[in-house]
Design a binder for this molecule. Structure first.
Ligand code: PAF
Length: 285
C-alpha cells in the first residue's frame, strides 16, 4: 500500500490506476469502514482510502481536538485489507489558504443532523468535493449509517454532474445491535451496555409502522420518551421518506416500505446516530 500525502503524488499515482474506487474517512477505522473498503474492492482496479479529520465539519464546541486519531493502527488495517493507496493529506495540503469557497448544500442539510450541527454538511460537502476532485474516482462508497450524509453527497454528485457512482453500504453492527462508529470509543463500559437501546428503539418504531401504525408523531414521541427515561438526551427521532428524507404524509399515504426511522441522541457526552429501514433493503439509496 502506498501512503501519499500530497495532491501531486496522488495525481501521478492514479494517472494509470484504471477504475478507481474511493472511500473517504476521518480515520479511527472500525469494521464498518473496513466493510466499505471491501465493497470498494469489488468496484475498482485501484482502491483509494483517505484519512483526513476535516475541521470544516466540526462546530466550535464539537470534538475536533479530541476526535480519535489512530493513524498507525488504521494504516496497518488498510494494508492488511489490500487497499492500494492511502491518501493522508495534512491540513496545510487540504486547506493551504482559508477555505472561503464552500458548497451550499440543499435545505435538507439544515434538518436532522444539520439542525443540531449547523454548518456540518457545508463542511462535509466541501471536503468531499475537494477529495473527489483530487482522487477523481469512478466509484465512491459511503455507509448508510450516515444516511443523511449519503443522500446529500449523492445529490451533490448529481447536481454538479460529477462522473462518480455513489455506492451505499449497509451499516455494520456489533452483536448487540450498536452501529459501529468511531465515537463509540468515547463510551464508558456502562454507557456501552446502554448504547444499543438507540437501535432497539428505532427498530421498535419501524416494527410499529410495519404493523400498520401511521401516527408518526406519537411513535416519535414514544421513542424519545423511552430514550429520555434511560438517561439519553435526544436530539431527534424522525420518521422520514427514504427517497429524499422528506416528512411522510400524516395520513399514512406513503408506503411503509419506503420509510426510514432516524435518530440521534447523547449518551453522557457521546453523541450517537443511527437509522433503520422499516423494511430492510427496500431502498435503493
Ligand atoms: O463520514 C465521514 O467520515 C466524513 O464525514 C467524510 C465523508 C470522510 C468527510 O469528512
Amino acid at each position: 500500500m502506498e501512503i501519499l500525502t500530497t495532491a501531486s503524488e496522488l495525481h501521478e499515482r492514479l494517472a494509470h490506476g484504471g477504475r478507481i474506487a474511493f472511500v473517504p474517512t476521518m480515520g479511527n477505522l472500525h469494521n464498518g469502514h473496513l466493510q466499505l473498503m471491501r465493497i470498494a474492492r469489488e468496484h475498482g482496479d485501484t482502491v483509494v482510502a483517505s484519512i483526513f479529520v476535516n475541521r470544516l465539519q466540526f462546530g466550535p464546541n464539537e470534538d475536533f481536538d479530541r476526535y480519535p486519531r489512530t493513524f498507525e493502527a488504521d494504516r496497518e488495517a488498510l494494508k492488511r485489507l489490500g487497499v492500494d493507496v492511502l491518501f493522508a493529506p495534512t491540513e496545510q495540503e487540504m486547506y493551504p489558504t482559508p477555505q472561503v469557497y464552500r458548497v451550499v448544500p440543499p435545505p435538507l442539510a439544515e434538518e436532522l443532523e444539520g439542525a443540531s450541527r449547523p454548518g456540518f454538511f457545508h463542511g462535509v460537502c466541501t471536503v468531499v468535493l475537494k477529495l473527489f476532485n483530487l482522487v477523481q474516482p469512478d466509484v465512491a462508497v459511503f455507509g448508510k449509517k450516515d444516511r443523511q450524509q449519503l443522500k446529500i453527497v449523492r445529490g451533490m454528485v448529481q447536481q454538479f454532474n460529477l462522473p462518480i457512482r455513489i455506492v451505499p453500504a449497509e451499516t455494520v453492527r456489533a452483536e448487540d445491535g450498536l452501529a459501529l462508529a468511531s465515537r463509540n470509543s468515547y463510551l464508558s463500559l456502562v454507557e456501552r451496555q446502554e448504547a444499543p437501546r438507540l437501535y432497539r428503539t428505532l427498530s421498535w418504531v419501524a416494527d410499529q409502522i410495519l404493523g400498520g401504525r401511521h401516527d408518526y408523531a406519537n411513535l416519535e414521541a414514544a421513542a424519545r420518551a423511552e430514550l429520555a427515561k434511560n438517561g439519553w438526551k435526544v436530539d431527534y427521532i424522525a420518521i422520514r421518506h427514504g427517497l429524499a428524507l422528506r416528512i411522510p404524509h400524516p395520513e399514512g399515504y406513503d408506503h411503509p416500505n419506503l420509510l426510514i426511522v432516524l435518530g440521534a441522541a447523547m449518551l453522557g457526552t457521546t453523541r450517537l446516530i443511527d437509522n433503520v429501514d422499516v423494511v430492510q433493503g427496500a431502498h435503493d439509496d
